[in-house]
Design a protein around this ligand. Structure first.
Ligand SMILES: Nc1ncnc2c1ncn2[C@@H]1O[C@H](COP(=O)(O)OP(=O)(O)OP(=O)(O)O)[C@@H](O)[C@H]1O
Ligand SMILES: [Mg+2]
Length: 413
C-alpha cells in the first residue's frame, strides 16, 4: 500500500511538471523509492544516443552523459521495446561490462518509456545481487507510462507556446502592414482634395460668368461638372475619415502611449467643433457648447481630440439633424464631458456592445462607418485612467459621458 500511495503521488506530480527537468526529478526519485533500489536513472533517446538526463543513486552513475544506443542497456530496451531484468551485470551479453565496472551496480531493471515507440527508459540499480520482482517491474512500467504522458503534454505545451509566439508575430506583422497601408493611403488624399477644390472653383467661376451673361437657366455643362466634383469631394472626405480611422486604430492597437501635456478641455472641444464646421454646415445641425469654466488635465492632446471627434461625429451622424449639446464639468479631480444628441438613440441591449471593435447597432447600408469610433474612444479614455458610458433610449437620443481624471493614476505615485 505504501508503494501505491507513492505511485499516486508521483503520477500527480508528473501531471504538474512544466519542463523535462521537472519530469526527470519526479521519475528519478520515484523509480528509486518505489523499487527500493540503490539508484535510478532517466534516459531520453536523442537519435542514436542515450542521454542520461538525471539520476538519484548512492554513488555517481552516468548523469549528463550520452552513450551510443548499442552500448547501454537502456539503448537495448529502447530498440527492443521490452524491459530488461538483469541479475548480474557482469554476466549478460546485453551489458557492456566496461560501462558498469566503474560503478556500484550489480543488478538492474530497465523499462521503456512509451512502450510502442520508446522515447527513453527508466532504470533501477542495485548494489547487491537482486532479481527485480514482478511488482517492482509493474511499478516501473506504470511510472514510465505516466512519464510518457507527461512528456507528451510538455511537447504539446511547447508546441502551443510556439504557435502563440507565431500568432503574435503574425498579428504584429498585420498591424504594421495596416499602419503602413494607412499612411500610404493618406498621403495622396490631401493633394487630391486640393485639386478637386480648385477644379470646383474654376467651374463655379465659369458658371457665375455664364449666369451673368443671362443665358438659359437649365443646368449647364459647368453645373453638371460642379455637381460631380462636389460628389467627388464628399467621397474624398469620406475616404479621409476611413483612412484616419485605420490610422487611429493601428496606433491604439500598438498601445503607444503618446506624450502628455496640460490640456484645456474646453479649448480643445471648441477647436474640434470648429474643425467639424464643414460637416456641421452640411448637415445643418446646431451645436451648443454650454458655458462654464475651463477644465485642465494632463492628457495626450491628439488622442483626446480624437476621442471627442469620434463622439461628436456620432452625434452628428445619428442625431437626425437635431441640436447637439456639449457640456464640460469637473468633480473630484475628474473632468466630465457630456455629448448629447436627440437622434435615433440606442436600444438598451446594444448599449454595452457598441464600445467593442467593429460593433454597430445600425444597418451598415444605412449609416456609413466601421464600428471602430467608440472602441477607439474607449481605448483612449481608459489609457488616461478614465471611462466612457452612454445613456440612451431608442428614438430619443443619446448622451455619451467621458470621464477623464486630471492626471493618470500612476502619475500620482
Ligand atoms: N450618438 C449615437 N446615437 C445612436 N447610436 C449611436 C451613437 N453613437 C454610436 N451609436 C451606435 O454605436 C455604434 C458604434 O459606434 P462607433 O462610433 O463605434 O461606429 P460607427 O460610427 O458606426 O463607425 P465609425 O465610427 O467607425 O465610423 C454605431 O454604429 C451606432 O449603432
Ligand atoms: Mg462613429
Amino acid at each position: 500500500m505504501k508503494s501505491a500511495s507513492r505511485l499516486v503521488d508521483a503520477v500527480q506530480r508528473l501531471s504538474l511538471a512544466r519542463d523535462v527537468g521537472g519530469v526527470a526529478a519526479v521519475v528519478r526519485d520515484a523509480a528509486r523509492g518505489l523499487t527500493g533500489a540503490d539508484g535510478a536513472t532517466l534516459v531520453l533517446r536523442e537519435g542514436d544516443l542515450c542521454h542520461y538526463v538525471d539520476e538519484d543513486a548512492i554513488a555517481p552513475l552516468w548523469k549528463g552523459r550520452r552513450l551510443p544506443i548499442e552500448r547501454s542497456v537502456s539503448g537495448w530496451v529502447i530498440q527492443n521495446r521490452a524491459p530488461a531484468v538483469i541479475e548480474d551485470v557482469l554476466d549478460d551479453e546485453r551489458v557492456p561490462a566496461e560501462v558498469f565496472k566503474p560503478t556500484f551496480v550489480k543488478s538492474l531493471a530497465v523499462v521503456p518509456i512509451r512502450a510502442h515507440a520508446p522515447v527513453g527508459a527508466i532504470g533501477s540499480y542495485w548494489a547487491e545481487r537482486h532479481r527485480a520482482t514482478d511488482e517492482e517491474l509493474w511499478l516501473l512500467r506504470v511510472l514510465a507510462d505516466s512519464a510518457a504522458a507527461a512528456l507528451e503534454n510538455l511537447r504539446l505545451y511547447e508546441e502551443l507556446e510556439r504557435r502563440v509566439v507565431e500568432l503574435d508575430r503574425a498579428v504584429h506583422a498585420r498591424d504594421t502592414f495596416v499602419a503602413i497601408a494607412a499612411h500610404a493611403l493618406k498621403t495622396p488624399l490631401t493633394p487630391l482634395r486640393l485639386q478637386i477644390e480648385s477644379a470646383l472653383e474654376l467651374v463655379r467661376a465659369r458658371a457665375d460668368g455664364s449666369a451673368e451673361a443671362g443665358e438659359p437657366t437649365e443646368p449647364t455643362e459647368a453645373d453638371k461638372l460642379g455637381a460631380k466634383l462636389e460628389s467627388a469631394s464628399r467621397q474624398v472626405d469620406r475616404l479621409g475619415l476611413l483612412v484616419g480611422n485605420l490610422l487611429d486604430l493601428t496606433h491604439i492597437a500598438f498601445g503607444r502611449a503618446g506624450p502628455r501635456d496640460a490640456v484645456g478641455l474646453r479649448a480643445l472641444v471648441t477647436d474640434v467643433i470648429e474643425r467639424s464646421r464643414p460637416l456641421v454646415d452640411r448637415l445643418d445641425t446646431p451645436i451648443t457648447l454650454v458655458d462654464g469654466a475651463e477644465v485642465v488635465g494632463h492628457w495626450n492632446r491628439l488622442r483626446i481630440e480624437l476621442a471627442v471627434e469620434n463622439v461628436l461625429s456620432n452625434a452628428l451622424k445619428f442625431g437626425e439633424g437635431k441640436p447637439v449639446t456639449i457640456a464640460i464639468d469637473s468633480r473630484d479631480e475628474i473632468a466630465e464631458l457630456f455629448v448629447r444628441d436627440r437622434g435615433i438613440g440606442i436600444a438598451r441591449e446594444h448599449q454595452s456592445r457598441i464600445f467593442e471593435q467593429f460593433e454597430r447597432a445600425v444597418p451598415a447600408n444605412h449609416f456609413g462607418g466601421l464600428g471602430l469610433g467608440l472602441w477607439v474612444t474607449r481605448k483612449i479614455v481608459e489609457e488616461h485612467g478614465g471611462a466612457i458610458r452612454v445613456e440612451s433610449e431608442n428614438g430619443r437620443g443619446s448622451t455619451f459621458t467621458l470621464e477623464l481624471p486630471f492626471a493618470r493614476p500612476e502619475a500620482h505615485q
